[in-house]
Unconditional design. Structure first.
Length: 240
């Protein structure tokens, strides 16, 4: 697998201080890169373009997951075989992309780069709770450092996946229910250099996320019939 078959997708909002370094580090390794500027009010889009990235610009803020989904759709249209998502705040290192790729070569459809040392005790408690009720065998459910294979992309870019608000539980349950092979692998992560977490930046945001994710976990905890699930996603994609 050559690096030019792999695309890196990065959603970014107001990350002008870190995005250039990330883009250059990715390009040095020979990967394609798409940055989705989520209606930033700073120079994120300009800085990313000058660093060499292909930039998609949202005309209004639509959130990290829907921005990521736009990048996944564009990467699929361009014919990339594998897509890796990364954060724009400097937490993820480009040199660790190879760790995810090695797991993919072993047969994984989805690889999550986890770092369970990060986060507060309350965040770990929330992860454990959701893992218990939805039976999803993933320790770091909010990690944005992920690899998706060509087999996973139709699920991710479907209109049904657009209904989710976050990239974590709903998306993972959807892929689990389609019987895609999801694995985790440990990767080192840096502390956030700039910006704030879109999920944990306020008590209101945390409460909303917990309520949303809890209801979603209960609703989607038990897998549906795989063939019907795939037909439904295919039908929705054809309508689109």
């Amino acid at each position: 697998m050559k690096n030019n078959h792999i695309c890196i997708v990065i959603p970014a909002m107001n990350e002008e201080k870190t995005i250039a370094v990330i883009v250059r580090s990715v390009l040095m390794l020979g990967y394609g890169i798409i940055v989705i500027d989520d209606a930033s009010v700073d120079s994120t889009a300009i800085v990313a373009e000058e660093a060499g990235a292909t930039v998609l610009r949202n005309i209004q803020n639509i959130g990290a997951w829907k921005s990521t989904q736009a990048g996944l759709r564009y990467a699929e249209q361009l014919g990339f075989d594998v897509v890796v998502t990364m954060d724009a705040d400097g937490q993820h290192n480009a040199e660790n992309i190879s760790i995810l790729i090695n797991e993919h070569k072993k047969g994984a459809d989805v690889v999550i780069g986890n770092c369970t040392e990060r986060g507060s005790a309350s965040r770990h408690l929330a992860w454990s709770f959701f893992k218990y009720i939805n039976r999803l065998n993933v320790s770091d459910i909010t990690s944005g450092f992920r690899l998706y294979s060509a087999k996973a992309l139709p699920c991710l870019i479907s209109p049904q996946a657009t209904m989710f608000e976050y990239q974590c539980i709903g998306v993972l349950l959807m892929m689990r229910n389609m019987e895609l092979k999801i694995v985790e692998t440990s990767v080192p992560m840096n502390k956030r250099e700039t910006g704030i977490s879109r999920i944990f930046h306020s008590w209101f945001a945390v409460a909303y996320y917990l309520a949303y994710s809890g209801l979603l976990s209960l609703a989607k905890a038990f897998p549906t019939n795989k063939s019907k699930y795939i037909k439904r996603i295919t039908r929705l994609k054809d309508i689109e």
